[in-house]
Design a protein around this ligand. Structure first.
Ligand code: PLP
Length: 261
């Protein structure tokens, strides 16, 4: 479970991505499986903070230190999440954020890269702009044009000013759903790692246990699935008949949000 763009970025630089299986409780990279995948040719670990959970950054950083590997956080689903006191994307050497139109911070298209390492910063500036040098002393690298336009940057900055406010609403709504489904048979929220002190949601993911045996799959809610869950939660709180009446009349029940995320 990941997104192909993360692995294809590795292929784009003629490197080989090795996929590591996920932790079924969080649907993010399982740190217990990383060491099995490390070889003498490994350069980097790329955790993808997927949907509504962050990967276990303490475990990942400790493995990276042990094998002297770089860490690039794919933070495309987690603009604003916090691990202990560090924002997602700022824990590894480099953090990347998609700003594509479906993301919770978006500028239509484009992305952001953050780092606190001066050399990586200079190399990245060269990488986005046809291999130009940032200054005479800066390192350079062969590249094409990956520049974000000023118009997109202006949109992203405006969106950024509202991100915290929107994230608080998303977080409250996600907790509301989690509380509401906690005793619905077959549904289970994802594990909350207490190290994640603030969690943002690109999508809301939950575990769905099928009645046959203990098989469990993740459900990432969007479109009609979100509506089914919404009805499910409401039915539990206000009764099935009132939910049916509400949807037939098109009126929202008092005190309930009209949409979740
Ligand atoms: C986890 C993840 N990483 C990377 C990307 C790539 O982002 P972009 O489409 O901005 O290149 C996406 C896009 O959906 C994504 O979900």
């Amino acid at each position: 479970m990941t997104w192909q763009a993360t692995a294809s970025a590795v292929l784009d630089v003629n490197a080989v991505p090795i996929l590591v299986d996920i932790d079924p409780e969080t649907y993010t990279i399982d740190p217990r499986k990383i060491e099995e995948a490390v070889t003498i040719r490994t350069k980097c670990i790329i955790p993808v903070h997927l949907y509504g959970r962050m990967a276990d950054m303490d475990a990942i950083i400790s493995i990276a230190n042990k094998y002297k590997l770089h860490v690039i956080e794919d933070t495309s689903h987690q603009h604003g999440s916090i691990w202990k006191d560090k924002p997602a994307g700022s824990i590894g050497d480099i953090g990347t954020f998609s700003l594509q139109s479906s993301k919770i911070l978006n500028s239509g298209e484009g992305g952001l890269i953050i780092t606190q390492n001066k050399r990586y910063y200079e190399l990245l500036m060269s990488l986005v702009s046809c291999g130009r040098k940032l200054s005479d002393e800066s390192p350079t690298m062969q590249s094409g044009n990956y520049r974000l336009t000023e118009f997109q940057a202006a949109i992203a900055l405006t969106q950024l000013s509202r991100l915290d406010e929107h994230n608080k609403v998303r977080e409250a709504n996600a907790r509301y759903i989690e509380d509401s489904i906690s005793d619905i048979k077959g549904l289970r929220p994802m594990y909350h790692n207490p190290n994640i002190t603030f969690q943002t949601y690109y999508n809301f993911t939950l575990r769905y246990a099928l009645p046959i045996g203990m098989m469990s799959i993740g459900m990432c809610l969007s479109g009609h699935k979100k509506m089914i869950l919404y009805k499910c939660v409401l039915a539990k709180s206000i009764g099935k008949q009132r939910v049916t009446n509400m949807f037939l009349s098109g009126k929202k029940a008092d005190g309930y949000p009209s949409a979740f995320l």
